[in-house]
Design a protein around this ligand. Structure first.
Ligand code: SR1
Ligand code: MG
Length: 398
């Protein structure tokens, strides 16, 4: 089923016809712009004459990054709706205000955060965002706990898992993150100066690690994930705010391994670090960046431990928690490395590296590939964020 695509001209009547949206903005005085700069969707901001505004997001029937030659089911917005519902239930202060899913139009409505900055851009500009990484850790812990066997009774877990299938977007991740960077594929690209470094990824055991982590991604259905928790899926405030970050763009959500969400963020901090090294950013910024993985993990772990006594089944002993945390950390390091590599080699690059001057681009990309490989291949030997930070510093030549 394909639903009609919204336009800046039709958004006012769309809002006017929906009282819960018309309560947020005055539909008769709206000005609307389309601001989607992601890979997949339409995003509208509608602002009324008094300055009140909301955001609408509609899934397109194809991949925006590529065009109509790559059709994609608009049902992915249903996954986004499920993600927001779970976040509203378990972690409402780490997401934008959510005004609901319109199944018929494959559209969601949420708070307009255009006065905030997408975190990747803030990182690219060298801005420190205090406390934002702790929000990521807290959010992942709460949603993971609340949607997993720790937070749901058996029947509810089985039903939630069965209702959270997101096949099209999971397939994108399986291909673009785990497989394509390690094989010949038309979607891959890199500058000639990176040829040796990229082809070297296919030598040795890295491909086997990618395959093993792909298997984990496809089979370990433990909790409802964000599914694409990179720094482009987080808003940070532009000034003093009660909220250091808000997480959005939940359309890749599915039941998967919790380490995948943490790893997505870890891998993107590596991109930001490589950029900051070649740009010789101030030591304060580089030091803050180097601590983001640790800040995220520590917030995640402490929130999870705080929730642990409320687990629904006390048969899950403390030993289960300790082993779960250990394996989740290890997965996160591995997934993080693969998430960084895919942004250098595969389709859908990241501006952290792409926007650098040519020689800086090659230096940063090479450092990412080298360091990310060390993350993936060494993940069983890296027990703590401090140990990972040491490896990262070595890989980035610090
Ligand atoms: C074709 S979609 C490419 C990428 O955009 C999203 O942000 C996901 O990371 C996906 O892999
Ligand atoms: Mg996205």
């Amino acid at each position: 089923m394909t639903v009609p695509v919204l336009t800046v001209a039709t958004v006012p009547e769309y809002i006017a016809a929906r009282p819960h949206l018309a309560a947020q903005v005055d539909p008769s005085t709206l000005s609307v712009i389309e601001v989607g700069d992601g890979n997949l969707n339409l995003v509208f901001i509608a602002r009324d004459a008094s300055g009140r505004s909301i955001t609408l997001k509609q899934s397109l029937p194809y991949v925006r990054l590529v065009g109509e030659s790559w059709p994609l089911s608009q049902d992915r917005i249903l996954a986004e709706g499920r993600g927001y519902d779970a976040a509203v239930a378990h972690s409402p202060d780490t997401i934008p205000a959510y005004f609901g899913l319109d199944v018929e139009s494959r559209t969601i409505a949420m708070e307009d955060l255009s006065g905030w900055t997408v975190w990747r851009r803030a990182l690219n500009e060298g801005r420190i965002s205090p406390g934002a990484a702790a929000v990521i850790g807290r959010h992942v812990a709460r949603v993971a706990f609340g949607t997993s066997a720790f937070g749901l009774e058996s029947d509810a877990l089985i039903a939630a898992r069965a209702g959270a299938a997101n096949p099209d977007l999971c397939k994108i991740t399986e291909d673009l993150v785990f497989t394509h960077p390690y094989v010949d594929h038309d979607g891959n690209s890199w500058v000639p100066e990176l040829e040796d470094a990229v082809l070297a990824l296919r030598e040795g055991e890295l491909t086997d690690h990618a395959a093993a982590l792909k298997y984990t991604f496809m089979t370990r259905s433990e909790a409802l994930l964000h599914g694409d928790l990179h720094t482009g899926s987080v808003f940070v405030p532009n000034g003093p705010s009660e909220s250091p970050a808000k997480i959005f763009d939940l359309e890749f959500g599915f039941y998967g391994p919790v380490g995948f969400d943490l790893g997505a963020f870890f891998g993107n901090t590596l991109l930001a670090q490589a950029r900051s090294v070649v740009l010789e950013r101030p030591a304060e910024f580089q030091g803050w960046l180097a601590g983001l993985v640790g800040e995220t993990w520590s917030s995640f772990e402490s929130e999870f431990r705080r929730l642990w006594p409320s687990r629904v089944d006390p048969f899950f002993s403390d030993a289960v928690l300790e082993e779960w945390l250990r394996s989740t950390w290890q997965d996160a390091v591995g997934f993080g490395g693969l998430k960084a590599i895919r942004r250098i080699v595969g389709l859908a690059k990241a501006s952290d590296i792409q926007s650098l001057d040519p020689s800086q681009h090659v230096a940063a990309a090479t450092a990412v590939l080298h360091t990310a490989r060390a993350w993936v291949e060494g993940r069983e030997l890296v027990a703590t964020p401090a140990q990972l930070a040491e490896r990262t510093a070595a890989g980035l030549g610090l």
